[in-house]
Design a protein around this ligand. Structure first.
Ligand code: NAD
Length: 281
């Protein structure tokens, strides 16, 4: 495993590309437009510079990471030499399936295709390729360079060899892994979406302010972040797609909170748009 291609350079793609590059992999980062990729490049290089100055990464890591990162809008150019592809585009099943079908044609037969989906089925995605045994979900956490876990979700046909290789890659990325049997939302998203949705409903019902709901969970239940600030960090559009998928697959108790729908309709997408449950301007 030498070369990782990351498809999608949003919140997660940027973090996965950065973490892979400082861990010694050659990295191709792909997105749909030069403009989006340009912004991703600026942010990743800013993070590399900041980490170097603060001593979080060595001079050697900085030099090899800057050299090893390539930003490429053409999916074929980005993925043709990959040993592992990690897809991190929007949480839409049709989009993910379309990308996996294209990757299946572009990539060498031995290339492993992973999805960073928060909720969806690697079995369903893998079934659309000629290599379901090489398809797996690698669920990273936000911010990728700080969070220790990767949740590994095996599809029905995912081989033991694929799981083993992806575990080794995760170790090289200095992450811990848990292996989860496929079920919508896995362990973490299912739990996290539930807590977040309950917090949103409480806010809507006037139970407490956003600040006090978050403070209650941090100081009273020892959560490192409040559920509303965490939803803002994830992105409210992404959280809504996660909730909609869980609602479709697991039923009523996952119905997205009306306040989440209202905020997304208003363009309040959380930290990335400047406001969500909190104001970031
Ligand atoms: P995002 O909206 O920040 O980024 C998605 C990126 O995908 C955008 O830059 C967009 O331009 C790009 N994209 C769309 N279509 C594309 C295409 N055809 N080819 C290449 N790029 C394309 O989303 P995100 O928050 O980074 O989430 C990405 C995935 O990671 C989702 O599946 C999400 O559920 C999952 N995830 C998100 C978080 C989180 O905290 N945000 C955490 C874990 C997993």
């Amino acid at each position: 495993m030498q070369t990782i291609t990351v498809v999608g350079s949003g919140v997660m793609g940027k973090g996965i590309a950065y973490t892979s590059a400082i861990s010694g992999f050659k990295v191709f980062l792909n997105d749909i437009s030069e403009e989006v990729l340009g912004r991703a490049k600026e942010e990743i290089f800013g993070l590399l510079e900041g980490s170097r100055q603060k001593g979080f990464i060595t001079e050697e890591q900085y030099a090899s990471a800057t050299e090893n990162l390539t930003f490429e809008t053409d999916l074929e150019q980005a993925a043709k030499d990959a040993d592992l592809v990690i897809e991190a585009v929007l949480e839409k099943i049709e989009l993910k399936i379309d990308i996996f079908k294209r990757l299946d044609k572009i990539c060498r037969p031995e290339t492993i295709l992973a999805t960073n989906t928060s909720t969806m089925s690697p079995t369903e995605i893998g079934a659309q390729t000629s290599r379901p045994e090489k398809v797996i979900a690698m669920h990273f956490f936000n911010p990728v360079h700080k969070m220790k876990l990767i949740e590994l979700i095996r599809g029905l046909e995912t081989s033991d060899e694929t799981v083993q290789i992806v575990k080794e890659v995760s170790e090289r990325l200095k992450k811990e892994t848990v292996e989860v049997n496929e079920f919508p939302g896995f362990v973490t998203s299912r739990m996290n979406c539930m807590i977040g949705n309950e917090a949103m409903n409480m806010l809507m019902e006037g139970v407490a302010s956003a600040e006090d709901i978050d403070k209650a969970l941090k100081l009273g239940l020892n959560h490192p972040m409040g559920p509303l600030e965490l939803a803002d960090l994830v992105g409210l559009d992404t959280r809504l797609r996660n909730m909609e998928y869980l609602y479709q697959t697991l039923g009523e108790k996952y119905r997205p909170s009306p306040i989440l729908l209202k905020y997304v309709k208003a363009g309040r997408l959380g930290k990335k748009s400047g406001s969500g449950f909190y104001n970031y301007s």
